[in-house]
Ligand binder design. Sequence first.
Ligand code: GAL
Ligand code: ZN
Length: 706
Amino acid sequence: MHGSDGGGGGAGAGSRVAWPTDGLSFGGDYSPEQWPWEVVLDDMRLMREAGVTLVTLGVFSWVVHEPREGVFDFTWIDRMLDLLHENGIAVDLATPTAAVPMWLHRLHPEILPHDELGHPLAPGGRLGFCPSSPTFRRFALRIVEALAEHVAGHPAVRMWHVGNELGGGNARCHCPVSNEAFRRWVEARHGSVDALNTAWGMAFWGNSYSSFDEVTTPSGVTAHNPGQLLDYERFSSDALLECYRTEKAVLKRVTPELPVTTNFMVGLGPDVVDYARWAPEVDIAANDHYTYGPDPLRHQELAFSGDRMRGISGGGPWMLMEHAAGAASWHPINQPKAPGEMIRHAIAHLARGSDSVMFFQWRASRSGTEQFHSAMLPHAGPSSRRFAEITRLGRHLEALREVRGSVVVGARVALLHDDEAGWALKSGLKPINRPDYAATARAIHTALFERGVTVDVVPAWHPLEAYDLVVVPGLFLVSDADADAVRRFAEAGGTVLVTWFSGIVDVSNTVRTGGYPGAFRELLGVRGEEFSPLTDEQTIELSTGWRARRWAEVVSPVDAGTEVIASYRVGGAVDSGPPGEGAGGAAVPGGFGGVVADGVDGGLAVSRRPVGAGAAWYLASDLEPEGLGELLERLLDESGVRPAAAASAGVEVVRRAAGESSWLFAINHGVVEGWVEATGVDLLSGTAWEGRGVVPAGGVAVVREE
Ligand code: GAL
Ligand code: ZN
């Protein structure tokens, strides 16, 4: 997964490129163009007070640099770079291409992205351009080159930030230019019309093409082919990547010494672009991460995305480029972070391998779309709980300066996650048409998170030798090579857990026949014939007492070695019915009226097959947390995987290390005092820990271990 072009978002990235700050980077998006000069001067004082070391500048400043077509004015950026430099603040300078100037929209209205119905978006938002537009690209590269040449050599500029969240608003375009670009992309991928018809299975419904000229983006209102839908996702990701690459090429030519990145939006996945396949193109992998306030497990979701960033960046360190100091403003209801939560989240990102804590944004805007989005400096000003917490965080990061450059260690579990699998799952009709690709991965990650086990969430093609346990959660699409690597891992002594609806299609989104789960059937020693998904009201009990929902399937052991660990208990099905029906929605034990239970009653739900020196487990149902936890404990036991440290419930533990030194991060997300076993000094409080330390409710500790 590592780049060979010297860019390389892989493990070596941190060592090959200069990190923008000496210590951990702390700051946020900074938009002084929105404020009068007195406020900007006040910002400098307050940034110093808070301990800010890095700001992302100029994200939306195209019209400031080029107020009219072809007229450049860099007096503002010069002034800002000098001022920030005088104040000891480094700059992550953005190319301003996320902010198409209104004059460009007037000159070239055709560059606007077009939605599925072929309607252009309106000017006025951001990323208002078609990723494939040569016209847009010509203007974009001109401002990028002029800006780069102008600021080259300025000591404040430490890295480049290309555009902003590429794809955040313009990820899927259906304009005539995109249609033509898609045709050429499809032709390059498939070579001949026959190969294309085969790959997409266009014979179905008699849709076969006779020429590439008949290919269109999957727009409008009709049922599109799953192969076409998946390739369109790939094409769109590639088109956006090309936007990044062309800007990067200019920047590398003008300022070869500066690292180049762009801010990813890595969440649970699948994301709008395929970041794992992009990663080799960035010098430092950077992420924007926003939690969803009402999610009670938002700290776990944060850990998942952090583990994924590490998997994507080949080990890190990576950069947290944006997160929120308090409330967002795009949810229906936007709740602030509770006291202490912002600090816990910031430190949790560090624990998962980030070497920065950056926010959107420094100062809360008074106007514009995001006038109510939280910021490091809120509308209330510096005399506020929010700003007090920010300055406390700044002091914490100063105390943690020594961890910069270290990496997360001790991950013996790999969880295979691939955007293409997620895209394939939502392309076309499926047994369950509410695709939630990451749900199983997240449930398993949660169970491991709660047990203090460090997990690398890695792309499906990631080397597996370093792990003891490999989890393949709902990996709907898998290539032959990746499936084979999982088999070899088990043969070499590893433990594998494959979960339902994995390995079903190949890379063309074509079903693998002969029995489910196609790509993993032999490895698992099972053969499935039919899926039997459950309604929201249905659950099934297993012979082990575990309960499952959402999914069941008719699958049998077909190898002498395959052991049935759990089966569906005969009569263990419960249908509580839609609310309001029957006995007021009360549970009705005894099956599903012969529909589901008849097929799966007594059948295999969990199996294990010894393979070479290892074993392959199959989970053919969606276990509720208690059963899933017990199953994972068996797997951890079998593979000899231990937690990062013994800790009380609710305390997150992760270890980072560099050379001989190691740091144990302990974050108490709970409301009662917790403990962790470690010996050393907590860098945040200065307290010595001997064997065991206390982490107060809602508190954090980072112990330099002895
Ligand atoms: C990010 C974006 C920022 C800001 C932030 C808060 O997605 O990059 O510019 O919009 O969200 O909403
Ligand atoms: Zn387009």
